[in-house]
Write a protein of this length. Structure first.
Length: 480
């Protein structure tokens, strides 16, 4: 099989060109289309265009040298094979040629058909091999950058070397912000990072390591990390490659489903309690009314009867509240401007805020943005959260309450944040359970009612809290 090769000889000596061309014609297995260039500037232009398959460049080209031409070619992006020809051997020139990107260096006085053929064949094979490697590298980089999952490469000390766009987008950083740190930069807790690092260095592989990572804005992300070791050509550890999966939405959906299931279970329990308790309670009340009618002249009997009645009424009211908090809320939707709703809710809690000397800050950024909501029901839901926030702030320090609205991922976000005592993470999942409360007073039905109202609006509620720092409730509603 004959290989057709377009070859350009750059030499200012016509005799040398003719001799080289004759040698090329004797090489078997190749059919050369030979061009001759004897002008330095013309050669610069041809190398910039890089239209030939291979170039033979004489070292001496008048005042300038083939080395200058080689340097120009590589700087302007010419990747084609270049072989330097010289009249006499010079190791220093040989080393400089190789350093600046020459594929080979041949002394004219020692050249023959065999040496020239081998030099051209090796140069072309090396070029094609590098082209395939470059293509594979470009393909790999494309897959790396276009992956929808965040991917990173770190060195053996877990310092970032490379990250893809999905990672910088997820965490809200510029690439340089990330690559100037090590992997602990993304971790919420140093202890968790140390546990991750120790396991990775010992095993060389970590699969689905669940961890809380932090965005640039401080938002927590529930993620899983899978990382594997990378080896160099000497089979020594040179780094690690990992992929991060953001499970935050999945976790939130699981929590929403769990809360809905708990709410349904609470409803069934409430109806059962109402049936089992109210029937005998009705008999007690009827009997009590009969006794009170007969003991009109007995003050002690009337006093004890009143105590029984008050507590009976309290039991009845408690059952009613439990039923109301657990049953699906009936809502009457209307288009309401969110930033108009917030001041109305704040007004309902104004006395409590003033009494507790709480600093109130509002950041309303949903001007003229509306949503279909039941205004009165949503007031109740927000007021329950605000009251909880007020009661969570200890009297021995300045309480701060921040209520804000904004658009977040095409949803209206209503946030209520306090600097209270905070809630332990293992208790967050119980917040919306009926009768669950961390307060000395109260029945623990306020947030159950809030959850019911939020569900009726097909909205979401997210809770973030840190012990000793505070708590933030966020309600996400679809806008009109």
């Amino acid at each position: 099989m004959v290989n057709n090769v377009k070859l350009t000889i750059i030499d200012d000596d016509e005799d040398d060109f003719i001799l080289t061309e004759d040698l090329l014609s004797d090489i078997e297995g190749f059919q050369f289309e030979v061009d001759w260039v004897n002008d330095f500037e013309l050669a610069e232009n041809l190398l910039t265009k890089s239209e030939s398959d291979i170039y033979l460049i004489d070292y001496r080209l008048g005042k300038l040298s083939g080395l200058d031409l080689l340097i120009h070619a590589r700087k302007t992006g010419c990747k084609k094979p270049i072989i330097i020809l010289t009249g006499q051997g010079d190791r220093e020139i040989d080393m400089q040629a190789m350093k600046n990107g020459a594929d080979d260096y041949i002394v004219k006085s020692a050249i023959d058909v065999e040496k020239l053929e081998r030099s051209i064949r090796y140069a072309l094979e090396r070029y094609h091999t590098l082209e395939k490697l470059n293509h594979s590298e470009v393909k790999y980089k494309s897959l790396f950058q276009r992956s929808i999952d965040p991917i990173y490469i770190v060195d053996k000390n877990l310092n970032f070397i490379e990250v893809n766009q999905a990672l910088t987008t997820l965490f809200g950083y510029q690439k340089d912000d990330v690559t100037s740190h090590d992997l602990s930069f993304l971790f919420e807790k140093e202890k968790t990072y140390e546990r991750f690092k120790t396991s990775l260095l010992n095993k060389g592989l970590i699969k689905d390591f669940e961890v809380t990572l932090l965005r640039s804005d401080g938002k927590q992300l529930n993620c899983s990390i899978t990382t594997i070791v990378l080896f160099d050509i000497n089979n020594e550890v040179e780094g690690y490659q990992g992929i991060i999966r953001d499970n935050t939405k999945q976790k939130e959906n699981e929590q929403q489903l769990l809360r809905a299931e708990k709410l349904g279970m609470t409803g069934r329990l409430a109806r059962s309690i109402a049936h089992e308790v109210r029937n005998p309670l009705t008999n007690i009340n009827l009997s009590l009314e009969q006794l009170m009618a007969e003991f009109q002249d007995n003050e002690d009997a009337l006093m004890y009867s009143e105590i029984i009645k008050r507590n009976s009424d309290r039991i009845n009211n408690l059952i009613t509240e439990l039923l109301n908090s657990a049953k699906p809320t009936s809502v009457v939707m209307d288009s309401i401007e969110i930033d108009d709703l917030i001041p109305k809710v704040i007004e309902l809690a104004a006395d409590r805020i003033k009494l507790q000397k709480i600093s109130l800050k509002t950041e309303l950024n949903c001007n003229k943005i509306t949503a279909n909501i039941d205004e009165e029901q949503m007031k109740i839901a927000l007021l329950n959260i605000i009251i909880n926030a007020i009661e969570a702030m200890p009297p021995d320090r300045q309480g701060e309450l921040t209520i804000s609205t904004c658009m977040e991922n095409n949803q209206i976000s209503i946030s209520i944040a306090d600097n209270g005592e905070g809630i332990e993470k293992d208790k967050l999942n119980n917040l919306f359970d009926a009768f669950y409360t961390g307060k000395r007073t109260g029945m623990g039905l306020g947030l159950t009612t809030t959850q019911n109202i939020i569900n009726a609006h097909e909205a979401k509620i997210v809770v973030e809290s840190e012990k000793g720092v505070g708590t933030k409730f966020t309600i996400l509603i679809k806008p009109n």
